[in-house]
Ligand binder design. Structure first.
Ligand SMILES: [Zn+2]
Length: 273
C-alpha cells in the first residue's frame, strides 16, 4: 500500500512541526488531494517554473519546497500569472505541493542547524530559542580552531553550491574569528541581537545597505562586533535539503525521495569592476 498524501503530510509535520512556524508564515499543504498515493517526492528550495517542470517530468507525486508559493493572500490562480500557472500545471500533473518553511528553519537538523554543523560550529545554540528545547531561529557557536574572516569566507564559499554573487564580506580579511553566528536565509532581523553582536562573524543572506552599514558602524563605536558574510539565500538553504531527504526516506520507507540540483538563486551573473 503506498503512503497517502495525508500520511506523508503527517510525517513531514512530525519532522518539522507546524507549531514551530512563524505566525506570518504559510507552511503546510498548498495543493493536492490528501487521499492521493505518494510514491515519489522532489525536494527544492523554491517552487518555480524550473523545479515544477522537473517534478512533473520526473513524475513526482509531491513537490516539497522550502519557500511557500502562496505566502501572502492571492485572489486568483488564473494562468496569466505565474503562481496560477505553476499551481495549474502541478494540479493537472497530479503533483501535490507542500511547503516546509520556518517550521524547518528552527528544528534540530533544520536549515540553520545544518549550516552550523557543516561549518563545524561546536555546541551551537539557537540565537532566538523556540518553545521546544534545542529549537529556535539561527545558531551561534564556536569554531574548534580560531580562523580569520577571509578563511571563514573561503570555507563557506567551498561548502555552499556555486552562485553568481559568491560571498560578500564586510570586515577585515585577517580579523580573528572564533564565535560565529548564522541564520540561513534572510537574517537581517537578528543583526542587533546580543548573540550576533557578541560574535566575531555573522553569516546570513539578503543583507541590504542600511542594516549592514548600521551594524558595521556600530562595531566602530563599540570596538567589537561581527564581520558580515552575505551569502546566497538559496545556497544557504539548499544545503539542508540532503538532510531533509534522508529524514524523509527513514520516515517513509518505499517512497522515492530526491533533491533538485537546479540552482534557483535568481541572480545569473555579476560584472566585476
Ligand atoms: Zn528562505
Amino acid at each position: 500500500m503506498p503512503h497517502s498524501l495525508d500520511d506523508v503530510t503527517r510525517s513531514i509535520h512530525s519532522l518539522w512541526p507546524l507549531s514551530g512556524a512563524s505566525d506570518w508564515d504559510a507552511s503546510g499543504l498548498v495543493s493536492g488531494d490528501p487521499a492521493s498515493p505518494i510514491e515519489s517526492i522532489l525536494l527544492a528550495v523554491d517552487a518555480v517554473s524550473d523545479t515544477v517542470d522537473e517534478a512533473i517530468e520526473a513524475n513526482a507525486d509531491l513537490l516539497l519546497s522550502h519557500h511557500p508559493l502562496l505566502l501572502r493572500g492571492v485572489t486568483s490562480i488564473a494562468e496569466d500569472r505565474y503562481k496560477g500557472a505553476l499551481l495549474s500545471r502541478l494540479i493537472r500533473a497530479n503533483c501535490a505541493l507542500l511547503a516546509a518553511h520556518t517550521n524547518a528553519d528552527v528544528v534540530t537538523d533544520g536549515v540553520s542547524d545544518i549550516l552550523a554543523s557543516k561549518i563545524g560550529l561546536q555546541d551551537a545554540l539557537p540565537i532566538e530559542p523556540g518553545a521546544a528545547s534545542g529549537t529556535g531561529i539561527g545558531r551561534v557557536g564556536r569554531l574548534t580552531e580560531p580562523t580569520t574572516v577571509g578563511q571563514l569566507a573561503r570555507l563557506v564559499a567551498d561548502l555552499l553550491p556555486a552562485t553568481a554573487s559568491g560571498i560578500r564580506v564586510a570586515g577585515d580579511y585577517g580579523a580573528r574569528v572564533e564565535t560565529v553566528a548564522l541564520c540561513g536565509g534572510a537574517g537581517d532581523s537578528l543583526l542587533a541581537h546580543p548573540a550576533v553582536t557578541g560574535a566575531d562573524a555573522y553569516i546570513t543572506a539578503d543583507l541590504r545597505h542600511h542594516p549592514a552599514s548600521e551594524a558595521r558602524e556600530q562595531v566602530k563605536i563599540t570596538g567589537s562586533g561581527p564581520a558580515l558574510l552575505d551569502v546566497s539565500h538559496w545556497a544557504s538553504e539548499w544545503i539542508w535539503l540532503d538532510t531533509a531527504a534522508t529524514q524523509l526516506r527513514e520516515a517513509l520507507p518505499g517512497v522515492c525521495v530526491s533533491v533538485s540540483e537546479l540552482r534557483t538563486d535568481p541572480w545569473d551573473f555579476v560584472v566585476m569592476q
